[in-house]
Design a protein around this ligand. Structure first.
Ligand SMILES: NC(=O)C1=CN([C@@H]2O[C@H](COP(=O)(O)OP(=O)(O)OC[C@H]3O[C@@H](n4cnc5c(N)ncnc54)[C@H](O)[C@@H]3O)[C@@H](O)[C@H]2O)[C@@H](O)CC1
Ligand SMILES: Nc1ncnc2c1ncn2[C@@H]1O[C@H](COP(=O)(O)OP(=O)(O)OP(=O)(O)O)[C@@H](O)[C@H]1O
Ligand SMILES: [Mg+2]
Length: 392
């Protein structure tokens, strides 16, 4: 009969415990966290799961060559940036299509935007939120824009309540401003996330009113995605988002440049992209920023991650609007997912980061499908058509 020594028994026990740990849900949750949000060089076993590590926003080595020394070298040029396991993030935070659920439980989103010039942007953001899987999507826009946006889609709930300077006399400003805030506040508590800025325009009176709406959303703890002209607004008044952990900024290349100039008082540094992004998040405090570009670089000032799945070579306007609407839905799903999850490690994950990761991947996949079908004639509506096929 084969007899095992106590040392062998101990090591067998450890092996069994290891196997059980490896197959346990908490181990899988651990791996998921390492793969999607690892801020520092992961242990060797987890390193193998990382598709690749990058520094300064550009790819530098493959997983097989990921060693602590390579990470150290790149860490000198800014914190290492790992490609997020965005597929895993999307799978994990997307709620099941459960027959027991009722309308609203998969999310209620509002877009604050739409003026005389721009009606496409708020429509793209709001309809994308619905197509990603939210149950209700509202748009708060000016009167001029409302009829146009309604005519694009009967699915959207459109509130024609914002006003631009040209339609308000000096004497009316205060009362109109407070009426607008009262009107939006009635709805605010119902929203899981708001998107401020797509097609908002830059009228000073309108932006003052939207500043009040942002302050109200913050008091009500509503996650807020700031995009387009919303970024113009906050760049000139950073206190609107300072230390708001529920704020997500999604700047494009020009919006990022203006933000860096204003907040850091310097120019964009491509060599040290991740370090600069981290510094920007820390300077503003508490917020999450997704710097859009060839790779979407995402940080909350503590970790930096990126999504670089190839989407499409078409750069038609409106893709950022799809992204903003999608991020809003995913951020609210991530918040619900983490709140209903007991695991302590996952409690420390930032749901706003997960929302950005998931939104970025979805847009890129949809853009890729649309380009395959439409080639150079691909436009934003073509991409929206593929949001369903690209999600879970
Ligand atoms: N169909 C629509 O209604 C659309 C409306 N949009 C809205 O349009 C508004 C303005 O957004 P934009 O992204 O156009 O913002 P900007 O007004 O900042 O940029 C306009 C364009 O000017 C150029 N530009 C800006 N800054 C520059 C710089 N420093 N150096 C060189 N070129 C520069 C770029 O080509 C840029 O695309 C936003 O409210 C946005 O949401 C866009 O989302 C696109 C689609
Ligand atoms: N050079 C690029 N290569 C690949 N993808 C890109 C590139 N630039 C942007 N993207 C993708 O397109 C998405 C939208 O980014 P973009 O910079 O076009 O936003 P935007 O200018 O705000 O768009 P919008 O026209 O809606 O305002 C980003 O998430 C990113 O994934
Ligand atoms: Mg934009």
């Amino acid at each position: 009969m084969c007899r095992t020594t106590s040392q062998q028994q101990n090591s067998m026990g450890a092996w069994h415990r290891g196997r059980m740990w490896a197959s346990s849900p908490s181990f899988r949750r651990h791996l998921f966290l390492l793969r999607s949000l690892s801020p520092s060089p992961p242990p060797p076993s987890a390193a193998a799961l990382l598709p690749h590590a990058v520094a300064g926003g550009s790819r530098c080595c493959s997983s097989s060559s990921l060693s602590s020394s390579s990470v150290r070298v790149h860490a000198m040029a800014g914190p290492p940036v790992y490609e997020a396991d965005a597929e895993a993030v999307v799978r994990r935070i997307t709620p099941p299509l459960d027959r027991a659920r009722h309308k609203g439980q998969a999310g209620k989103i509002a877009v604050i935007g739409g003026c005389r010039e721009y009606t496409g942007a708020p429509y793209f953001a709001a309809i994308s939120a619905l197509k990603v899987g939210a149950d209700l999507s509202h748009v708060f826009c000016t009167r001029d824009a409302a009829t146009v946006i309604k005519s694009y889609s009967p699915e959207l709930i459109v509130h024609p309540i914002l006003e631009e300077s040209y339609s308000v006399s000096d004497g009316e400003r205060e009362s109109v401003s407070s009426r607008i805030l009262t009107e939006v506040s009635k709805w605010m508590e119902r929203f899981d996330c708001i998107v401020v800025g797509p097609g908002l325009g830059r009228d000073s009176f309108l932006l003052d009113c939207v500043s009040n709406i942002m302050r109200h959303a913050r008091q009500a703890n509503i996650p807020t995605v700031v995009d387009g002209d919303g970024l113009f607004l906050i760049t000139n008044n950073l206190s609107l988002v300072e230390h708001n952990s529920l704020a997500i900024l999604t700047p494009n290349v020009y919006e990022y440049k203006r933000l860096v100039q204003k907040a850091l008082n310097c120019e964009v540094n491509e060599e040290n992209a991740s370090e600069q992004l981290t510094a920007l998040c820390q300077k503003i405090g508490g917020i999450t920023i997704m710097r859009k570009g060839k790779a979407d670089l995402i940080s909350d000032g503590k970790t930096v991650t990126q999504v670089s799945t190839f989407g499409s070579p078409r750069r038609c306007g409106g893709q950022g609007d799809i992204l903003a609407g999608s991020v809003a839905v995913f951020a609210s799903w991530a918040q619900h997912f983490l709140l209903s999850n007991e695991h302590p490690t996952e409690k420390s994950v930032n749901p706003m980061m997960l929302g950005c990761i998931a939104g970025s991947l979805l847009l890129r996949k949809a853009a890729s499908h649309a380009f395959e079908k439409n080639r150079r004639s691909t436009v934003t509506t073509d991409i929206i058509e593929f949001l369903g096929k690209s999600s879970n």
